[in-house]
Design a protein around this ligand. Structure first.
Ligand code: GAR
Length: 204
């Protein structure tokens, strides 16, 4: 199953996926293209080093549908069947999400529905939360919304700052995300009691 990975920044989760693929651990998933909405981000260099095609699709200066149409065109050109949001910091509309029913997953650094949006580790500390974590979920057209696939709790230690907490959270994300992506590609995930099949994930 060909996968498209959407990124906006550092790309450590992308790196975890690339490393898993290099070890044969994404099979039958294969990363066909990496798309960033920002130029010059480290994630693009990581993909290039791994020999994966990259594309920049800038969201600025146009409406969301035009942005998403270009994303969809790039994904279609690479025969992508399922999409992974790996630090992609834009909300997608139904125009995009409806093209990949149950075929888009996102990783987020909190126990959703707590602390959606940017800076989730800092939000958790600011709220005095004692536990936060990682959520991997199917994506709908809301901010970090959609059916939850997996969650892992991460305790917040006294004296944690956002950077230290984020590092511990990301250590878990980097192990969890590749295994979920492999399960998605293998058709092993279920949603509301229904197995997610390749047909569910395939773009029309
Ligand atoms: C990750 O921790 C991811 O969970 C988060 O951005 C980080 C990107 O790091 N995503 C969100 O906050 C989505 N709302 P990375 O670029 O090093 O993978």
């Amino acid at each position: 199953m060909k996968l498209g990975v959407l990124v906006s920044g550092n790309g450590t989760n992308l790196q975890a996926l690339l490393d898993a693929e290099a070890r044969g651990e994404l099979e039958p998933g294969k990363i066909a293209v990496v798309i960033s909405n920002k130029s010059g981000v480290p994630a693009l260099g990581r993909a290039e080093t791994a020999g994966v095609p990259t594309q920049i699709v800038d969201h600025r200066g146009r409406d969301r549908i035009a942005f998403e149409d270009e994303l969809l065109a790039v994904l279609a050109a690479h025969q992508v069947e399922a999409v992974v949001l790996a630090g992609f910091m834009r909300v997608l509309t139904a125009h995009f999400c409806d093209r990949f029913p149950l075929g888009i997953i996102n990783t987020h650094p909190s126990l959703l529905p707590a602390f959606p949006g940017a800076g989730a580790p800092a939000q958790a500390i600011a709220h005095g939360a004692k536990v936060t974590g990682v959520t991997i979920h199917f994506v709908d057209a809301t901010l970090d919304g959609g059916p939850i696939i997996a969650q892992v709790a991460v305790p917040i230690e006294p004296g944690d700052d956002a950077a230290r907490l984020q590092e511990r959270i990301q250590g878990i994300e980097h192990r969890l995300l590749p295994s979920i992506v492999r399960s998605l590609a293998a058709g092993e995930l279920s949603c509301e009691g229904r197995l997610v099949t390749r047909a569910d994930a395939r773009a029309e």
